[in-house]
Design a binder for this molecule. Structure first.
Ligand code: 5AD
Ligand code: SF4
Length: 458
C-alpha cells in the first residue's frame, strides 16, 4: 500500500475536506501515515483566512524537499499536492515558487485528485485544477469510511456572498451554494448507520442555507435540522458558522422546539462598534446583535454563546475597542475566537490607509482574550457538581491524563454546550462500553477550558 500524509490548516470545512481527500485516496490504494518523511503522497490543505498563510505553506514545502529527494534516490517518488484556499488564491504562483509541488487543487475541485495523481504519475507533468464545481464535487465524493466516530461533519453549504471587507472566503470558496436536502439527509442516515450520534452541519455561512427539498422548494436551515432530527440514531445536531443577518425566526424557534439541537450557538460579531461593523461591511449593527441574542435566550435560556472577534481592524479607535469590550461584558460568552486583523491581499480592507499599529493590536487582543477567558472559566464553574449527558468521542490524549494526574485511562467527550469533558474509566472494558456513547456524568472539577467528571453508574 502507498502511504499518504495529510497536513490540515484552518477551519472545520478544511478538516471535512481533508477527510474526503483521504477517502478518495484510500479508494485508490493509499493508507494514511502520521509523518511526511516516508510518504508517497503528501497533501497540504491550506487556509488563507489569517496571517502568514503562504509563508507557512512555503516553509512546509521547504521541509519536504529532502524527503522528496531521498525518495527519488531510492527509485520511488513523493507526490506533493497543495489544496485548500491558498491553492485557490495563489494558483500557478505556487508552482513558480516551489519545485516540490506536483499538484495544485482548489477546495471546490479536489474530487478530481485521483485523476490528477494518475496524470502526474503517467505524464510526469504538474497538474492544476481550480475550477468551481460544487455540484460535481459532492456527487463524485465517495462515502466516508467506516469507523467515522461518534460525531461527524456534513457539509451543507459552501461559499459566501457577504463580502466582509477583511475576508478572503468569497474569493477562495466562491459564491454561496447549498446542497439538496435529500443528499444531506442520505449522508446523515449513512453516518447514523455507522454509529454516528452527532451531526455537525457545516457551511461558511450555514444559516444562509437554502437547499432544495423534495418538492423543489428552498428549505431553510431550521427545516433541514428538523428533517435530520427524524433520524432516530442521531441524538445531537449542531451547526456552524452563522451570520447574524441570517438568524431567521424559524432557526431561533428551532432552538426551542428541537431537543436534539444542542444549546450552543457560534455567531460571529467581529466588533462591538457600529462604525467598525460598517467598515467591515457586516450588514448588521451592535443593536441587531443584542436583539438576536435576546431572542435566542428567550427561545433557549441555557444557550451557550460563542463568537469571533477581530481587533485592530483599519480605523478601529480606542473607543471602538472599548465598545467591543462592553458588548462582551453585557452578553457573556462561553467560548470565543479572537484575532488581530491581518490584511489579506485582494480584500478591500487591506487597501485601507489607516492600519492599526501592531503593538496596539497586541495589547487589545490580550485584553479581550483575558476577558473572554474569565467568562469561559466562569461559565464552566457553574457546572461543578451538576450532572450532564456527555458524548464520548475518543480516549483522552495523554497530556490531559497527566494534568488530571490520576494515571488512569480516560475518555474525552463533549457536553451539550461544547465543553470538553474528561472522565476516568477503570478498565479497557469500560472504555469500550462508553466510547461512542452518551452517558450521564457528574462534574467534579471545572478548568478554564475543560471539565473533569465521573461516570454516573445506575
Ligand atoms: N484578519 C483577522 N481575522 C480574520 N478572520 C477572517 N478574516 C480575517 C482577517 N483578515 C476571522 C473572522 C472570521 C474567522 C473565521 O476568522 O473573525 O469570523
Ligand atoms: Fe467571510 Fe464575512 Fe462571509 Fe464570514 S460572512 S465567510 S467573514 S465574508
Amino acid at each position: 500500500m502507498k502511504k499518504l500524509h495529510i497536513k490540515t490548516y484552518g477551519c472545520q470545512m478544511n478538516v471535512f475536506d481533508s477527510n474526503r481527500m483521504e477517502d478518495l485516496m484510500v479508494a485508490i490504494g493509499y493508507e494514511t501515515t502520521p509523518t511526511a518523511e516516508d510518504a508517497d503522497m503528501v497533501i497540504i490543505n491550506t487556509c488563507h483566512i489569517r496571517e502568514k498563510a503562504s509563508e507557512k505553506l512555503f516553509s512546509d514545502l521547504g521541509r519536504l524537499r529532502p524527503f522528496k529527494d531521498k525518495k527519488k534516490e531510492q527509485g520511488s517518488e513523493m507526490i506533493v499536492a497543495v489544496a485548500g484556499c491558498v491553492a485557490q488564491a495563489e494558483g500557478e504562483e505556487i508552482f513558480r515558487r516551489s519545485q516540490v509541488v506536483d499538484i495544485i487543487v482548489g477546495p471546490e475541485s479536489y474530487q478530481t485528485l485521483p485523476d490528477l495523481v494518475g496524470k502526474v504519475i503517467r505524464d510526469k507533468k504538474r497538474q492544476i485544477n481550480l475550477e468551481f464545481t460544487p455540484n460535481d464535487k459532492f456527487d463524485l465524493l465517495p462515502q466516508s469510511k467506516a469507523g467515522t466516530g461518534a460525531s461527524a461533519f456534513v457539509t451543507v453549504q459552501e461559499g459566501c456572498d457577504k463580502f466582509c471587507t477583511f475576508c478572503v472566503v468569497p474569493y477562495t470558496r466562491g459564491t454561496e451554494y447549498s446542497r439538496e436536502v435529500s443528499k444531506i439527509y442520505d449522508d446523515a442516515l449513512k453516518l447514523a448507520q455507522k454509529g454516528v450520534k452527532e451531526i455537525y452541519l457545516l457551511g461558511q455561512n450555514v444559516n444562509a442555507y437554502h437547499g432544495l427539498n423534495d418538492k423543489k422548494e428552498a428549505s431553510s436551515l431550521a427545516k433541514l435540522i428538523e428533517k435530520i432530527a427524524e433520524i432516530p440514531q442521531i441524538e445531537r445536531i449542531r451547526y456552524t458558522t452563522s451570520h447574524p443577518r441570517d438568524m431567521a425566526d424559524d432557526l431561533i424557534a428551532a432552538h426551542r422546539d428541537i431537543p436534539k439541537l444542542m444549546p450552543f450557538l457560534h455567531l460571529p460579531i467581529q466588533s462591538g462598534a457600529n462604525n467598525v461593523l460598517k467598515g467591515m461591511n457586516r450588514k448588521h449593527t451592535r443593536q441587531d446583535y443584542f436583539k438576536i441574542i435576546e431572542r435566542i435566550r428567550e427561545a433557549r435560556p441555557d444557550i451557550g454563546l460563542s463568537s469571533d472577534f477581530i481587533v485592530g481592524f483599519p480605523g478601529e479607535t480606542d473607543q471602538d475597542f472599548e465598545d467591543t469590550m462592553d458588548l462582551v461584558r453585557q452578553i457573556g460568552f462561553t467560548q470565543c475566537y479572537s484575532f488581530k486583523y491581518s490584511p489579506r491581499p485582494g480584500t478591500p480592507a487591506a487597501e485601507a490607509k489607516i492600519q492599526v499599529e501592531e503593538d496596539v493590536k497586541t495589547d487589545r487582543l490580550a485584553r479581550l482574550q483575558k476577558l473572554l477567558g474569565e467568562q469561559q472559566t466562569e461559565f464552566n464553574k457553574k457546572f461543578k457538581n451538576e450532572i450532564m449527558p456527555v458524548l464520548f468521542e475518543k480516549e483522552a490524549p495523554k497530556k490531559s491524563a497527566r494534568q488530571h494526574d490520576s494515571g488512569k485511562m480516560q475518555l474525552w467527550g463533549k457536553s451539550p454546550w461544547l465543553q470538553s469533558v474528561i472522565v476516568d474509566v477503570d478498565s479497557e472494558k469500560d472504555l469500550a462500553k462508553y466510547l461512542g456513547q452518551i452517558a450521564q456524568v457528574k462534574i467534579l472539577q471545572a478548568r478554564p477550558s475543560s471539565l473533569v467528571g465521573e461516570m454516573i453508574v445506575n
